[in-house]
Write a protein that binds this ligand. Sequence first.
Ligand code: SAM
Ligand code: DTB
Ligand code: SF4
Length: 361
Amino acid sequence: MTPAQTQPLESTTTLRHDWTRDEVAALFSKPFNDLLFIAHSVHRQFHDPNAVQISTLLSIKTGACPEDCKYCSQSGHYATGLEKEKLLEIEKVVAEAREAQAKGASRFCMGAAWRSPQAKDMPYVLEMVRQVKELNMETCMTLGMLDAHQARQLAEAGLDYYNHNLDTSPEYYQHIITTRRYQDRLDTLENVRTAGMKVCCGGILGLGEGRQDRIALLQQLANLPQHPESVPINRLIKIPGTPLAEAEPIDSLEFIRSIAVARITMPQSMVRLSAGRESMSDEMQALCFFAGANSIFYGEKLLTAGNPATDRDRLLFERLGLYALQSGTMSEQTQQNTALASSPPLYYDAMAVRHNADLTA
Ligand code: SAM
Ligand code: DTB
Ligand code: SF4
């Protein structure tokens, strides 16, 4: 069955960029079953519900970061015991990309612990992009803030995605990071867009924020001039030595709700169940996929922290009947499904949704 045939909603979704906080809050407040039903219906309308895009991460420059993000193992402000590493050699990065591709990753994401790249680093990272592209993999980088020139350089080298997260609400941001402003993040996102790259932008949950901050984060993301193609939702991995080492974990159902709201407000985007899967049960991950997550990081290490064993992920995919999207198929699928979707806005009425569901039974 195609996604269009299985979706129970009569009307379909248009992309909106004018979400109010009250509207996002109303989604969060829905009964869990209603919220998940709506999110899953939207998901089927735009995506193959059993396809998951797989990315693999590599830290290309580790630790000693001048920024003070309170969650991060790599910040030079905290004693986390992390071993620092200079910018890796290009050959080493390409070898890692080749290995990730052999294991099924369609995208290779390279992360550097910088506030922003320096001019002397650019030729190396540009060459990394060119050589990983030659493997016929999608490329993503996260190097901190970019000015317009750096963004153009990366785009010209062929970089597909740039990851730069808003992390939390504008109001809570200063409690988490003091060395830059929310507006700095928005400026980099604009430079990335203007240069023509795809945007990967999301946040972390479990920083001690309240629901109002999760609402505001998702509202910010959904109201960007264009939705990020990729929306990573990270669950805080508590790093000893950081100020958030003892943070109260976010409730699992609240995390799943957040995935569902991301799916509803950014229907066409890939929502990535990002850091923190190691601490999630298979059942919780299954609910995240049902709620609209359709991308993961695969491989036993993220940048510095752990990720589920590849055997566990393979088994999970098998048990859930999920399969890995091949490079390129995601955008084709999204385009196809977008073409299937017509213009009337989705009417978020749980009773109407139930009624329509009955009609398709
Ligand atoms: N330095 C770059 C920057 O800040 O944009 C990129 C690297 S940073 C590690 C990328 C993202 O990873 C952060 O924005 C944050 O959302 C996530 N992250 C970092 N440490 C994390 C942790 N301990 N748990 C969960 N997510 C984390
Ligand atoms: C994102 O949102 N999550 C990834 C990726 N973008 C770069 C990074 C997760 C990092 C988790 C902590 C670590 O490995 O140090
Ligand atoms: Fe540096 Fe990025 Fe970590 Fe912040 S999240 S300390 S900018 S590596």
